[in-house]
Write a protein that binds this ligand. Structure first.
Ligand SMILES: Cc1cc2nc3c(=O)[nH]c(=O)nc-3n(C[C@H](O)[C@H](O)[C@H](O)COP(=O)(O)OP(=O)(O)OC[C@H]3O[C@@H](n4cnc5c(N)ncnc54)[C@H](O)[C@@H]3O)c2cc1C
Length: 415
C-alpha cells in the first residue's frame, strides 16, 4: 500500500476535473466525512489546466477567468473543504463493492469506498479515426495535444496550421493559437454551417481566418512535417492549401477505458456508462458526472453537474434515493438521434441532477421529437439543430411512463 493512500473512503472520485472537484466540495458541504479524489495527472484540475484562455468561471465564481486560474480555483476550493486529492494516481480497475484498484509509481493498491463517482472526461478522435489519407508527417495534433504543448511545455508546434472542425473545442484551438500569435490559414468544416452555435462562427472571421464550409480534407501532404493539405470544396473541386500543421478537433469519446473490464453497463451511443436521472450507474454504488457522460460539454456545465450528482450521492448514502429497479429504458430509433442521456429513468418525480433529457443529433436535422411507449406517442419538442449541439428537454415534460422500454424518435418535418 503506497504510504499516503487510504484503504477506505466514504466517497472516491476518479478524475480531478471540474466535475470531480465540484462534486467533492459539495459532498463535504453535505457532511460526508472522507472524500478522496484520484487523478492520473501530475497536477489536478483536468482539461482547463491547459486551456490558457477565457471564458471560465463566471457562473461558478462570478469572475471571468482563464482555464488554468479556474482549475487552480477548483483545486483550492476542494482542499479548503477538506478533500484529499491524490495526483499521479491512476485507477486501473473497478469492482463491485465498490472496490478500486489503483496504480502509482510506488505500487498497486485498493480502495474500498462507500460510493464511487466516475468523472474521467473525454478523449479526442485521432487522425486515423477521422479517416484522413496521405502521408504521416509531424505537425498533426488534436486540440488537447496542442494545448499540452503550448500551455504546459511552452512550445510553438507550428506557425500557420489549418483547423479541422468547428465544434466548441475547435474554437478553443483557435484561442490557443491566438495566445502565441500562431495564425491559422483556414478553419475547415465538412458541414454546411459551423457546428458550434452562433456567434462562434464570427470569431474566425473577426481574426481574418477563412472559414471553409462544406469542405473536406482529403489528404495531408509532407514528409517530415506537414507541407500542405488537399481539400475538396462544396463545388467538388480539389485544391491545395499550404500549411505547416493540422489541428484535428472533435470526434470526442468518453475516457471510459475503465468500463471495459468492469461490471458496469456501458451505453454504446455515448460510449460512457448508462445512468439514470440521479447519475447512478447500473451498479447503484457507482455514479458518473461530467464529460464522460456526454461528449462534450463546457466546463461550467460539468461543474454544475458534478455538484448536482454529489447531492444524489449524499442522498444515496443516507438511503434517500429511490431504488433503481422497475426502470424505463429510453431507446432511440432512426439514425438521426446520436444519443440520449439519461438512458434509464426511475419512475420517480422528484428533482434530479440529470433533470433534463440531453440529446445530440448525428446529422443536421429538424422535426418533432416524439416519445412512444406501447401505443401512446407524445410530441416532446420541435428540434432544429446540428450535430454536437446541446439539445435538452425537461423531464417533467415527459408523460407518465411504466417500466419497460420507451422509444425516442425524431420525425423529419418542415422548419
Ligand atoms: C482539448 C479540449 C479543449 C477544451 N476546451 C474547452 C474550453 O475552452 N472551454 C470549455 O468550457 N470546455 C472546454 N473543453 C471541454 C472540457 O472537457 C470541459 O471544459 C471540462 O474540462 C470537463 O470536465 P470533466 O471534469 O468532465 O473532465 P476533465 O476536465 O477532462 O477531467 C477528467 C480528469 O480525469 C482524469 N482521469 C481520467 N481517467 C483516469 C483514471 N483512470 N484514473 C485517474 N484519473 C483519471 C484525467 O487525468 C482528468 O484530469 C475542452 C475539451 C477538450 C478535450
Amino acid at each position: 500500500m503506497p504510504a499516503d493512500l487510504p484503504a477506505t473512503a466514504d466517497v472516491a472520485i476518479i478524475g480531478a476535473g471540474p466535475a470531480g472537484l465540484a462534486a467533492a466540495v459539495r459532498l463535504r458541504e453535505r457532511g460526508i466525512g472522507h472524500v478522496v479524489v484520484l487523478d492520473r495527472e501530475a497536477e489536478p484540475g483536468g482539461i482547463p489546466r491547459h486551456c490558457g484562455h477565457y471564458p471560465y468561471g463566471v457562473r461558478e465564481y462570478g469572475r471571468l477567468m482563464k482555464g488554468p486560474a479556474y482549475a487552480r480555483r477548483n483545486v483550492e476550493a476542494a482542499r479548503r473543504a477538506g478533500v484529499a486529492i491524490f495526483p499521479r494516481t491512476t485507477v486501473v480497475r473497478l469492482d463491485a463493492g465498490p472496490l478500486l484498484t489503483v496504480s502509482r509509481d510506488d505500487g498497486v493498491s485498493q480502495i474500498a469506498a462507500g460510493r464511487v463517482l466516475l468523472s474521467t472526461g473525454v478523449r479526442e478522435a485521432t487522425r486515423a479515426q477521422r479517416l484522413i489519407g496521405g502521408t504521416k508527417p509531424g505537425g498533426v495534433l488534436s486540440t488537447g495535444a496542442l494545448q499540452g504543448l503550448v500551455y504546459l511545455e511552452g512550445l510553438r508546434p507550428f506557425e500557420r496550421p489549418v483547423v479541422l472542425g468547428t465544434e466548441l473545442v475547435a474554437f478553443s484551438a483557435l484561442m490557443t493559437c491566438g495566445h502565441l500569435g500562431i495564425r491559422p490559414v483556414a478553419m475547415i468544416e465538412p458541414g454546411a454551417a459551423t457546428t458550434a452555435r452562433w456567434p462562434a462562427g464570427l470569431y474566425p472571421r473577426l481574426r481574418g481566418i477563412p472559414l471553409l464550409l462544406g469542405t473536406r480534407i482529403e489528404e495531408i501532404v509532407g514528409r517530415e512535417r506537414v507541407e500542405a493539405v488537399v481539400v475538396r470544396g462544396p463545388d467538388g473541386a480539389r485544391r491545395t492549401i499550404g500549411t505547416d500543421g493540422v489541428i484535428v478537433s472533435g470526434g470526442f469519446r468518453p475516457e471510459a477505458t475503465l468500463l471495459d473490464a468492469s461490471h458496469l453497463v456501458r451505453d454504446p451511443r455515448t460510449g460512457g456508462p448508462e445512468v439514470d436521472q440521479f447519475g447512478r450507474c447500473s451498479d447503484p454504488a457507482f455514479f458518473a458526472a461530467g464529460n464522460m457522460l456526454h461528449p462534450v460539454e463546457t466546463a461550467g456545465w460539468c461543474w454544475r453537474e458534478g455538484r448536482a450528482v454529489a447531492d444524489a450521492i449524499a442522498d444515496s448514502l443516507a438511503g434517500l434515493l429511490p431504488a433503481r429497479d422497475a426502470v424505463v429504458r429510453l431507446e432511440t430509433s432512426g439514425d438521426m438521434l446520436k444519443y440520449v442521456l439519461p438512458q434509464v429513468l426511475v419512475p420517480d418525480r422528484r428533482a434530479a441532477p440529470l433533470g433534463r433529457l440531453q440529446l445530440r443529433l448525428s446529422r443536421p436535422a429538424h422535426g418533432t421529437l416524439t416519445l412512444r411507449q406501447g401505443t401512446d406517442a407524445r410530441a416532446l419538442a420541435r428540434i432544429d439543430s446540428r450535430p454536437e449541439r446541446r439539445i435538452t428537454v425537461p423531464l417533467d415534460r415527459l408523460p407518465p411512463l411504466v417500466s419497460g422500454q420507451a422509444q425516442l424518435a425524431l420525425q423529419d418535418g418542415p422548419r
